[in-house]
Design a protein around this ligand. Structure first.
Ligand code: NAD
Length: 427
């Protein structure tokens, strides 16, 4: 495709969308991507807005707004979650869909990027209201989702139940079931073994590969993990099983530290016995409570709780020299600049936590085959892919002399751009 296009660069009023666009332009310029490809990839293929009429339990009618954005299908069906939240809007969906394009591309899986949801307050709705809303939304987006077009998954405030309602609704409309149309389904209904642990296992695998590249023996490494939910707990377990000394863990009850290394099996036992699955009382196992696992004396830090925790106020207090981002966006741009100046090396979120979407791909692949893998097969395949992806980003960063975050974005854009070039303009 020849260079030159003259298309003006987009600016968005939505902060999330504008950040996603400017990050894309920055990486695209640095890699010398031609303007025609920049113009194509800075726009979404489809921004769908639907109305979702729902009869509420009290007999009244409410019309919700639903969205589905397909940023790119250059590499394959678009992939990405559906969230239920009052803040959902079309621009937020577009920003997140674009990030999914890069995440899937970098993961080396045959998907583009999508995102969607409904602007609603799910916590104030009954299960029946949510079912009616989900089924009405499914009917509205049926024309644009499918195993080979767009494959949504759970996201904020949605889970396996919503995926089954959606699959059932569209299956009834089409007169046949289509298991590969949504992922994140329960194991009892076309879901996959291994998915629950996949993201944390992938985060830890990135950490272990990072140690290998740095010539560090895992048994000599001290790790701190913020968050002991789905991602943090399985990151901690996988690291601990590999011989790493996990010296700090945390959740909303506080941070727990021991320079000798924590008893991770006892931490799992603690959350199993807690009604809210929290680390309440974990200090009784012989560790001390400290200010924040983020600032613990350690070599590797794994922020696995939430976004924005390492920012201009907290970045200076981080002692770790290496960070692997388990959560989405745990480091703000200001925090990133402070850490970069201090020479801290960072594995970015969309590489480190891509075990989740790779796990979705495994579920889809099994659904296509109608044949379920064992958990061992699933884990072995996941670890292999995570190792390859880490190596790809590491090598790209070395070759281009850039940070891993920029290298990951550039490698991801490169793969999508090649697909667009190969397929040509009729998209
Ligand atoms: P989760 O709700 O299971 O766990 C979150 C954990 O963080 C809980 O232990 C909570 O107590 C703790 N926490 C919250 N605020 C904290 C704070 N300030 N300090 C210490 N601990 C705190 O959520 P999750 O599924 O583990 O997701 C965590 C992050 O990873 C999110 O950013 C999510 O978007 C991202 N992520 C998750 C997946 C997945 O498959 N679950 C995939 C990709 C990315």
């Amino acid at each position: 495709m020849a260079a030159n296009s003259g298309t003006a660069r987009r600016k968005a009023t939505n902060v999330l969308l504008d950040t996603a666009l400017q990050e894309f332009y920055g990486a695209a310029d640095e890699m010398g991507l031609n303007e025609r490809l920049i113009a194509i990839l800075s726009h979404s293929e489809r921004r769908l807005e639907v109305s979702v009429p729902v009869e509420m339990d009290d007999g009244s009618l409410q019309v919700f707004k639903g969205y589905r954005v397909q940023h790119s299908t250059a590499l394959g069906p678009s992939k990405g979650g559906l969230r239920y939240d009052s803040a959902v809007d079309i621009d937020e969906c577009e920003a997140l869909a674009m990030l999914m394009t890069w995440k899937c591309s970098l993961a080396g899986i045959p998907y583009g990027g999508g995102k969607g949801g409904i602007a609603c307050d799910p916590l104030s709705m009954s299960k029946k209201e949510k079912e009616r809303m989900t089924r009405a939304f499914g009917a509205r987006i049926a024309s644009s989702v499918g195993t080979w077009t767009d494959v949504p998954a759970p996201d904020m405030n949605t889970g396996g139940q919503e995926m089954v309602w959606l699959m059932d609704t569209i299956g009834k409309m089409r007169g046949q079931i289509e298991p590969g149309i949504f992922t994140g389904k329960p194991i009892s209904y076309w879901g996959s073994r291994g998915r629950n642990e996949a993201t944390g296992r992938g985060v830890a695998t990135c950490g272990l590969e990072f140690m290998k590249k740095l010539g560090k023996d895992p048994s000599q490494v001290r790790a701190a993990i913020q968050g002991f939910g789905n991602v943090g707990s399985f990151t901690a377990k996988t690291l601990h099983d590999a011989g790493v000394k996990v010296v700090a863990i945390s959740d909303i009850t506080g941070s727990y530290y021991s320079p000798k290394g924590l008893d991770i099996a006892a931490a799992f036992e603690t959350i199993r016995n807690d009604p809210k699955r929290l680390l309440n009382g974990f200090e009784k196992t012989g560790c001390e409570k400290v200010e924040d696992a983020l600032f613990a004396d350690c070599d590797f830090l794994f922020p696995c709780a939430r976004d924005g925790v390492i920012n201009k106020d907290t970045a200076g207090k981080v002692k770790a020299r290496y960070i692997v981002e388990g959560a989405n966006g745990p480091i703000t741009p200001e925090g990133d600049a402070i850490l970069n100046d201090a020479g801290v090396q960072i594995v970015p979120d969309f590489l480190a936590n891509s075990g989740g979407v790779i796990g979705s791909y495994f579920e889809w692949a099994q659904n296509l085959q109608g044949f379920f893998w064992t958990e061992e097969e699933y884990n072995n395949r996941l670890i292999l892919i995570m190792k390859e992806n880490f190596k790809r980003v590491w090598d790209y960063a070395e070759a281009k002399k850039v940070k891993m975050r920029r290298a990951a974005t550039m490698a991801a854009i490169q793969r999508v751009a090649e697909a667009v070039e190969l397929r040509g303009l009729f998209l």
